[in-house]
Write a protein that binds this ligand. Structure first.
Ligand code: PMM
Length: 316
Protein backbone atom coordinates (compact mmCIF):
# COMPACT_ATOMS: atom_id res chain seq x y z
CA UNK A 1 0.00 0.00 0.00
CA UNK A 2 1.43 3.45 -0.86
CA UNK A 3 2.63 5.36 2.20
CA UNK A 4 4.76 2.67 3.76
CA UNK A 5 7.91 4.75 3.28
CA UNK A 6 6.65 7.93 4.91
CA UNK A 7 9.15 8.87 7.63
CA UNK A 8 8.05 9.48 11.19
CA UNK A 9 4.37 8.77 10.57
CA UNK A 10 2.28 5.96 12.03
CA UNK A 11 2.22 2.77 10.01
CA UNK A 12 -0.99 0.77 10.09
CA UNK A 13 -2.43 -1.90 7.83
CA UNK A 14 -5.39 0.40 7.19
CA UNK A 15 -6.23 3.93 6.12
CA UNK A 16 -4.99 6.50 8.63
CA UNK A 17 -7.15 9.11 10.30
CA UNK A 18 -6.01 12.73 10.40
CA UNK A 19 -8.01 14.78 12.89
CA UNK A 20 -8.42 18.49 12.16
CA UNK A 21 -7.73 21.32 14.58
CA UNK A 22 -8.23 24.72 13.03
CA UNK A 23 -6.89 27.38 15.38
CA UNK A 24 -8.96 29.99 13.63
CA UNK A 25 -12.02 32.11 14.28
CA UNK A 26 -13.36 31.60 10.74
CA UNK A 27 -12.63 28.17 9.25
CA UNK A 28 -14.89 26.21 6.96
CA UNK A 29 -16.38 24.03 9.58
CA UNK A 30 -14.95 24.06 13.06
CA UNK A 31 -13.67 27.65 13.11
CA UNK A 32 -14.46 29.46 16.28
CA UNK A 33 -14.61 26.39 18.44
CA UNK A 34 -10.94 26.46 19.43
CA UNK A 35 -9.60 29.81 18.28
CA UNK A 36 -7.01 29.94 21.05
CA UNK A 37 -3.91 27.73 21.22
CA UNK A 38 -4.66 26.17 24.62
CA UNK A 39 -8.15 25.10 23.55
CA UNK A 40 -6.70 23.83 20.28
CA UNK A 41 -4.15 21.65 22.06
CA UNK A 42 -6.92 20.21 24.26
CA UNK A 43 -8.99 19.49 21.18
CA UNK A 44 -6.03 17.79 19.49
CA UNK A 45 -5.55 15.48 22.48
CA UNK A 46 -9.27 14.64 22.38
CA UNK A 47 -9.01 13.76 18.70
CA UNK A 48 -5.98 11.55 19.32
CA UNK A 49 -7.83 9.79 22.15
CA UNK A 50 -10.78 9.26 19.80
CA UNK A 51 -8.56 7.49 17.27
CA UNK A 52 -6.74 10.12 15.20
CA UNK A 53 -3.37 8.79 14.04
CA UNK A 54 -2.25 12.30 13.11
CA UNK A 55 -3.55 15.71 14.21
CA UNK A 56 -3.45 18.47 11.58
CA UNK A 57 -3.01 21.92 13.12
CA UNK A 58 -3.80 24.96 10.99
CA UNK A 59 -3.86 28.67 11.79
CA UNK A 60 -5.21 30.12 8.57
CA UNK A 61 -8.69 29.58 7.20
CA UNK A 62 -8.95 28.48 3.58
CA UNK A 63 -12.73 28.65 3.33
CA UNK A 64 -13.93 30.21 0.06
CA UNK A 65 -13.62 33.97 0.27
CA UNK A 66 -11.20 33.93 3.21
CA UNK A 67 -8.52 36.59 3.40
CA UNK A 68 -5.02 35.76 4.55
CA UNK A 69 -3.79 36.25 8.10
CA UNK A 70 -0.33 37.63 8.84
CA UNK A 71 2.55 35.23 9.35
CA UNK A 72 2.97 36.51 12.89
CA UNK A 73 -0.67 35.77 13.74
CA UNK A 74 -0.48 32.33 12.13
CA UNK A 75 2.60 31.52 14.22
CA UNK A 76 0.92 32.80 17.38
CA UNK A 77 -2.00 30.49 16.77
CA UNK A 78 -0.26 27.28 15.80
CA UNK A 79 3.09 27.01 17.60
CA UNK A 80 1.84 26.45 21.18
CA UNK A 81 -0.70 23.89 19.96
CA UNK A 82 1.93 22.05 17.89
CA UNK A 83 4.44 22.05 20.74
CA UNK A 84 1.86 20.95 23.32
CA UNK A 85 0.54 18.11 21.19
CA UNK A 86 3.99 16.90 20.15
CA UNK A 87 5.10 16.92 23.80
CA UNK A 88 2.06 14.79 24.61
CA UNK A 89 3.23 12.23 22.04
CA UNK A 90 0.71 13.13 19.33
CA UNK A 91 1.88 12.92 15.71
CA UNK A 92 1.32 16.45 14.41
CA UNK A 93 0.90 17.74 10.87
CA UNK A 94 1.26 21.46 10.25
CA UNK A 95 -1.32 22.81 7.80
CA UNK A 96 0.30 25.89 6.30
CA UNK A 97 1.19 27.53 3.02
CA UNK A 98 4.09 29.44 4.60
CA UNK A 99 7.64 28.06 4.71
CA UNK A 100 8.49 30.01 7.87
CA UNK A 101 5.48 28.55 9.67
CA UNK A 102 6.36 25.06 8.47
CA UNK A 103 9.98 25.49 9.62
CA UNK A 104 9.03 26.67 13.10
CA UNK A 105 6.29 24.08 13.50
CA UNK A 106 8.72 21.30 12.54
CA UNK A 107 11.18 22.68 15.10
CA UNK A 108 8.35 22.60 17.66
CA UNK A 109 7.73 18.92 16.96
CA UNK A 110 5.50 18.61 13.89
CA UNK A 111 6.21 15.48 11.85
CA UNK A 112 4.90 16.51 8.43
CA UNK A 113 3.84 19.47 6.31
CA UNK A 114 0.37 19.78 4.80
CA UNK A 115 0.48 22.57 2.22
CA UNK A 116 -2.84 23.14 0.47
CA UNK A 117 -1.06 25.22 -2.16
CA UNK A 118 1.30 22.42 -3.15
CA UNK A 119 4.26 24.78 -2.90
CA UNK A 120 2.71 27.49 -5.07
CA UNK A 121 1.97 30.03 -2.33
CA UNK A 122 5.51 30.32 -0.98
CA UNK A 123 8.55 29.74 -3.20
CA UNK A 124 10.59 28.72 -0.14
CA UNK A 125 8.29 25.90 0.91
CA UNK A 126 9.79 23.14 -1.24
CA UNK A 127 13.34 23.89 -0.08
CA UNK A 128 12.17 23.96 3.52
CA UNK A 129 10.47 20.59 3.26
CA UNK A 130 13.42 19.13 1.34
CA UNK A 131 15.87 20.26 4.03
CA UNK A 132 13.70 18.79 6.78
CA UNK A 133 13.19 15.51 4.92
CA UNK A 134 9.63 15.15 6.23
CA UNK A 135 6.49 13.87 4.50
CA UNK A 136 4.80 16.55 2.40
CA UNK A 137 1.16 16.76 1.30
CA UNK A 138 0.87 18.34 -2.15
CA UNK A 139 -2.70 19.48 -2.72
CA UNK A 140 -4.20 20.52 -6.04
CA UNK A 141 -4.65 24.31 -5.80
CA UNK A 142 -5.15 27.12 -8.28
CA UNK A 143 -4.93 30.21 -6.10
CA UNK A 144 -5.85 31.82 -2.82
CA UNK A 145 -9.30 31.44 -1.32
CA UNK A 146 -10.52 35.00 -1.83
CA UNK A 147 -11.48 34.27 -5.43
CA UNK A 148 -10.98 30.52 -5.89
CA UNK A 149 -14.30 29.84 -7.62
CA UNK A 150 -13.23 32.10 -10.48
CA UNK A 151 -10.67 29.37 -11.22
CA UNK A 152 -13.12 26.47 -11.05
CA UNK A 153 -13.25 25.97 -14.83
CA UNK A 154 -12.31 22.57 -16.24
CA UNK A 155 -12.91 20.71 -19.48
CA UNK A 156 -11.84 17.43 -17.87
CA UNK A 157 -11.33 17.94 -14.16
CA UNK A 158 -9.59 14.61 -13.49
CA UNK A 159 -7.12 15.05 -16.34
CA UNK A 160 -6.38 18.64 -15.42
CA UNK A 161 -5.98 17.95 -11.71
CA UNK A 162 -3.64 15.04 -12.49
CA UNK A 163 -1.59 17.16 -14.87
CA UNK A 164 -1.33 20.08 -12.45
CA UNK A 165 -0.58 17.84 -9.47
CA UNK A 166 2.04 16.10 -11.58
CA UNK A 167 3.70 19.47 -12.26
CA UNK A 168 3.80 20.25 -8.54
CA UNK A 169 5.16 16.84 -7.61
CA UNK A 170 7.89 17.17 -10.25
CA UNK A 171 8.75 20.65 -8.93
CA UNK A 172 8.98 19.30 -5.38
CA UNK A 173 11.24 16.43 -6.42
CA UNK A 174 13.41 18.74 -8.52
CA UNK A 175 13.68 20.94 -5.40
CA UNK A 176 15.00 18.07 -3.31
CA UNK A 177 11.90 16.50 -1.78
CA UNK A 178 12.20 12.71 -1.85
CA UNK A 179 9.52 11.11 -4.00
CA UNK A 180 8.92 8.62 -1.20
CA UNK A 181 7.84 11.50 1.09
CA UNK A 182 5.19 12.92 -1.26
CA UNK A 183 1.49 12.54 -0.53
CA UNK A 184 -1.03 13.82 -3.06
CA UNK A 185 -4.45 15.35 -2.43
CA UNK A 186 -7.02 16.26 -5.08
CA UNK A 187 -7.90 19.44 -3.18
CA UNK A 188 -11.64 18.90 -2.80
CA UNK A 189 -13.35 22.29 -2.75
CA UNK A 190 -10.25 24.24 -3.80
CA UNK A 191 -11.28 25.94 -7.04
CA UNK A 192 -13.77 23.12 -7.51
CA UNK A 193 -17.53 22.98 -7.69
CA UNK A 194 -19.49 19.98 -6.40
CA UNK A 195 -19.46 18.15 -9.74
CA UNK A 196 -15.65 18.49 -9.84
CA UNK A 197 -15.29 17.09 -6.31
CA UNK A 198 -17.50 14.09 -7.05
CA UNK A 199 -15.69 13.35 -10.31
CA UNK A 200 -12.37 13.30 -8.45
CA UNK A 201 -13.72 11.11 -5.64
CA UNK A 202 -15.10 8.67 -8.19
CA UNK A 203 -11.73 8.38 -9.91
CA UNK A 204 -9.21 8.53 -7.07
CA UNK A 205 -6.95 5.82 -8.53
CA UNK A 206 -6.16 8.14 -11.38
CA UNK A 207 -5.25 10.91 -8.96
CA UNK A 208 -2.79 8.56 -7.24
CA UNK A 209 -1.14 7.58 -10.51
CA UNK A 210 0.14 10.80 -11.98
CA UNK A 211 0.89 11.28 -15.67
CA UNK A 212 4.28 10.04 -16.77
CA UNK A 213 4.09 6.70 -15.00
CA UNK A 214 5.77 5.62 -11.80
CA UNK A 215 4.25 4.05 -8.72
CA UNK A 216 1.08 5.45 -7.18
CA UNK A 217 1.44 8.11 -4.52
CA UNK A 218 -0.33 7.86 -1.17
CA UNK A 219 -3.58 9.81 -1.39
CA UNK A 220 -5.07 12.04 1.30
CA UNK A 221 -8.85 12.55 1.03
CA UNK A 222 -10.13 15.67 2.78
CA UNK A 223 -13.89 15.81 2.21
CA UNK A 224 -15.05 16.29 5.81
CA UNK A 225 -17.70 18.96 6.34
CA UNK A 226 -17.13 20.52 2.94
CA UNK A 227 -19.96 22.34 1.29
CA UNK A 228 -20.48 19.83 -1.51
CA UNK A 229 -21.57 17.27 1.09
CA UNK A 230 -24.05 19.73 2.61
CA UNK A 231 -25.39 20.40 -0.89
CA UNK A 232 -25.84 16.68 -1.60
CA UNK A 233 -27.83 16.38 1.63
CA UNK A 234 -29.89 19.53 1.05
CA UNK A 235 -33.45 19.55 2.30
CA UNK A 236 -36.49 19.67 0.02
CA UNK A 237 -36.29 23.45 -0.16
CA UNK A 238 -32.68 23.26 -1.34
CA UNK A 239 -31.16 24.47 1.93
CA UNK A 240 -27.75 22.82 2.31
CA UNK A 241 -27.30 20.56 5.35
CA UNK A 242 -25.26 22.50 7.96
CA UNK A 243 -21.60 21.46 8.30
CA UNK A 244 -22.04 20.06 11.76
CA UNK A 245 -24.80 17.74 10.57
CA UNK A 246 -22.84 16.20 7.72
CA UNK A 247 -20.54 13.95 9.74
CA UNK A 248 -22.50 10.77 9.02
CA UNK A 249 -21.99 11.38 5.31
CA UNK A 250 -18.30 11.96 5.95
CA UNK A 251 -18.14 8.58 7.70
CA UNK A 252 -19.70 6.99 4.60
CA UNK A 253 -17.07 8.66 2.43
CA UNK A 254 -14.37 7.46 4.82
CA UNK A 255 -15.53 3.86 4.42
CA UNK A 256 -15.51 4.21 0.63
CA UNK A 257 -12.10 5.87 0.59
CA UNK A 258 -10.69 3.24 2.97
CA UNK A 259 -12.17 0.45 0.86
CA UNK A 260 -10.25 1.99 -1.99
CA UNK A 261 -6.90 2.16 -0.19
CA UNK A 262 -6.77 5.88 0.45
CA UNK A 263 -3.67 6.42 2.59
CA UNK A 264 -5.44 8.81 4.96
CA UNK A 265 -8.68 10.72 5.47
CA UNK A 266 -8.69 14.18 7.04
CA UNK A 267 -11.77 14.58 9.27
CA UNK A 268 -13.13 16.92 11.92
CA UNK A 269 -15.09 14.32 13.89
CA UNK A 270 -12.81 11.37 14.42
CA UNK A 271 -14.59 8.53 16.14
CA UNK A 272 -17.01 7.53 13.39
CA UNK A 273 -14.31 7.63 10.72
CA UNK A 274 -11.90 5.71 12.95
CA UNK A 275 -14.59 3.06 13.34
CA UNK A 276 -15.27 3.05 9.60
CA UNK A 277 -11.64 2.38 8.64
CA UNK A 278 -11.43 -0.46 11.14
CA UNK A 279 -14.64 -2.02 9.86
CA UNK A 280 -13.45 -1.67 6.29
CA UNK A 281 -10.08 -3.23 7.10
CA UNK A 282 -11.72 -6.17 8.86
CA UNK A 283 -14.20 -6.64 6.01
CA UNK A 284 -11.37 -6.80 3.53
CA UNK A 285 -9.36 -9.14 5.71
CA UNK A 286 -12.39 -11.45 5.61
CA UNK A 287 -12.24 -11.37 1.83
CA UNK A 288 -14.85 -8.67 1.24
CA UNK A 289 -14.94 -7.42 -2.30
CA UNK A 290 -16.77 -4.63 -4.01
CA UNK A 291 -19.38 -5.08 -6.63
CA UNK A 292 -22.96 -6.22 -6.72
CA UNK A 293 -24.21 -8.19 -3.76
CA UNK A 294 -26.66 -10.94 -4.46
CA UNK A 295 -27.25 -14.32 -6.00
CA UNK A 296 -24.89 -15.02 -8.83
CA UNK A 297 -22.75 -11.97 -8.20
CA UNK A 298 -19.94 -14.01 -6.69
CA UNK A 299 -19.23 -11.08 -4.44
CA UNK A 300 -19.67 -10.30 -0.79
CA UNK A 301 -20.03 -6.57 -1.02
CA UNK A 302 -17.93 -3.50 -0.39
CA UNK A 303 -14.26 -4.09 0.07
CA UNK A 304 -11.50 -3.75 -2.38
CA UNK A 305 -13.73 -1.66 -4.58
CA UNK A 306 -13.72 -3.98 -7.52
CA UNK A 307 -11.32 -1.57 -9.10
CA UNK A 308 -8.28 -3.74 -9.08
CA UNK A 309 -6.29 -6.10 -6.98
CA UNK A 310 -5.59 -3.59 -4.26
CA UNK A 311 -8.54 -1.34 -3.80
CA UNK A 312 -8.45 1.90 -5.70
CA UNK A 313 -7.06 0.03 -8.62
CA UNK A 314 -3.38 0.80 -8.23
CA UNK A 315 -1.65 -0.85 -11.15
CA UNK A 316 -0.14 -4.13 -10.17
N1 PMM B 1 -8.93 21.57 3.26
C1 PMM B 1 -8.92 22.49 4.24
C2 PMM B 1 -7.80 22.67 5.06
N2 PMM B 1 -6.70 21.90 4.89
N3 PMM B 1 -5.58 20.17 3.75
C3 PMM B 1 -5.57 19.27 2.78
N4 PMM B 1 -4.48 18.50 2.58
N5 PMM B 1 -6.63 19.09 1.93
C4 PMM B 1 -7.76 19.82 2.04
O1 PMM B 1 -8.69 19.64 1.23
C5 PMM B 1 -7.82 20.80 3.08
C6 PMM B 1 -6.69 20.94 3.93
C7 PMM B 1 -10.14 23.35 4.44
O2 PMM B 1 -11.06 22.71 5.23
P1 PMM B 1 -11.33 23.04 6.78
O3 PMM B 1 -11.36 24.52 6.91
O4 PMM B 1 -12.64 22.43 7.05
O5 PMM B 1 -10.25 22.44 7.60
Amino acid sequence: MPGEMLKGLPQQPRTLIMGVVNVTPDSFSDGGSWPEPAAAARRGRELAAAGADIVDVGGESTRPGAHRVSEQEELRRVLPAVAGLAAAGVCVSIDTMRAAVARQALAAGAAMVNDVSGGLADPEMIGTVAAAGVPYVITHWRGHSDDMYARAAYRDVVAEVRAELGDRVRAAIAGGVEASQVIVDPGLGFAKRPEHNWALLGRLPEVACLPGGGPPYPVLVAASRKRFIGLLLAGGDGTPRPFLESDDATIALTALAAGGDAWCVRVHSVRGSADAVRVTARWREAGGRAGPVGPGSGSSGLGSSGLGSSGLGWPG
